[in-house]
Design a protein around this ligand. Structure first.
Ligand SMILES: Cc1cc2nc3c(=O)[nH]c(=O)nc-3n(C[C@H](O)[C@H](O)[C@H](O)COP(=O)(O)O)c2cc1C
Length: 360
């Protein structure tokens, strides 16, 4: 297995990625209004090329988020690579929202001004990244135990913020109660939206979303809230809607990487063509976009393998699919393996979910 490539665990026995979905007796109300569906950011996966190719092939997504930007030099123009990653404000009509990971108000403002200059309308602040090397520096979810720091940063930011400013956060870093101390802080500022992934930072992606703590948080937050976490099938979203009727915005990550048709399935948008053919064309277009973008460097295969770790769940026998892809070491081998995957493994259609947990 190439370094850094880890097969995700999955369990097809469980209905729904969320353990709270296992009760077969729950009532699924019909959806009256279409929810807003956001494609979650993934460092190293939802790149500019990915967003562009994705948006050409699939429908139903309302917002696309960039992976986080960090280390912005204050008052300097953005370097070419960062500019390239911010090239489009819309992909096939879908707004792209840049995201910043920072605990410095001047850095966030500087990035916001660059984004405003490029024509973006919103900036998202990452208060959710759980990785210890980030959190240790009080960035991402590592800032959540320090509401006074969050308040200071927002104080410096909000009078000069040229864009809608939204937050993506967890319930806390050490403890799900931390959000309760953050809510009065968030409520003091004109944030455009708060996206909550109801885990704590220390959990990374293990365990289940804490729906009770999420429910408590939304009763006192005065901003629009979006739910994010473990949505892998339309039934997951319907269940969440039945639990939280006031929530109509949902961010979907791993479930959408695994089943790119998921937003269309949720919204009942007809899929125009054979799913297998659309999926094959999408993976081919993405691969060629990376070859162009990365100037034929060896990182093309790594980028594709990183994505296949999720996409394998669209197929029967995901482990066997991933084995075929991960051992490829040249473009020819990769192309042959993809061809075999599409010949030998039927896409499973509606993702039966039981989505993977990326917890080891
Ligand atoms: C490999 C990886 C990279 C991620 N990169 C980012 C990122 O750049 N910014 C961010 O806010 N969240 C990032 N996330 C978190 C996802 O956006 C999302 O919040 C998380 O996967 C939970 O949603 P899900 O259960 O629908 O997947 C990342 C997650 C993973 C596994």
């Amino acid at each position: 297995m190439p370094q850094g490539v880890k097969v995700l665990k999955f369990n097809r026995q469980v209905h729904g990625c969320c353990s709270f979905l296992v009760n077969p007796g729950y009532f699924c109300p019909p959806m009256n209004e279409q929810p807003s569906l956001y494609f979650a950011p993934f460092q190293g996966i939802t790149t500019k090329a990915f967003r562009e190719v994705y948006a050409r092939h699939f429908f139903g997504t309302d917002k696309l988020y960039t992976p986080y930007f960090a280390n912005i030099a204050v008052d300097y123009p953005l370097p070419p690579l960062k500019l390239k990653a911010l090239r489009e404000q819309f992909e096939n009509g879908i707004p792209v929202i840049p995201q910043i990971l920072s605990k410095s108000a001047p850095e966030i403002l500087s990035f916001a001004q660059r984004c405003a200059g490029l024509g973006f309308s919103e900036l998202n602040w990452n208060l959710g990244c759980p990785y210890p090397q980030v959190a240790r520096k009080k960035r991402g979810s590592g800032l959540l135990p320090y509401p006074e720091m969050v308040s200071e940063i927002l104080d410096q930011l909000m009078t000069r913020m040229p864009l809608h400013f939204s937050v993506k956060c967890r319930l806390g870093y050490e403890d799900a109660g931390e959000i309760q101390n953050l809510i009065p802080v968030f409520n003091r500022y004109p944030l455009s939206e708060i996206i909550i992934h109801p885990r704590i930072g220390r959990q990374l992606y293990s365990g289940s979303p804490d729906l009770r703590a999420f429910g408590e948080a939304i009763t006192s937050l005065r901003h629009p809230v979006a739910y994010n976490g473990d949505i892998a099938a339309p039934a997951d979203l319907q269940f969440l809607q039945s639990q939280f009727p006031g929530i109509s915005r949902f961010m979907i990550g791993r479930g959408l990487l695994a089943d790119p048709f998921l937003p269309a399935r949720i919204k009942g948008i007809a899929i125009n063509g054979k799913e297998t053919e659309i999926l094959k064309k999408f993976t081919d277009d993405l691969y060629h976009a990376y070859r162009r973008d990365k100037k034929e460097s060896h990182t093309v295969l790594n980028a594709m393998k990183e994505y296949w770790k999720y996409l394998i769940l669209s197929f029967d026998d995901p482990r066997s699919v991933f084995r075929k892809i991960r051992k490829t070491a040249s473009y020819d081998e990769y192309e042959e393996a993809v061809q075999r995957v599409f010949e030998e493994h039927a896409p499973a259609g509606i993702n039966p979910s039981g989505i993977l947990r990326d917890d080891g």
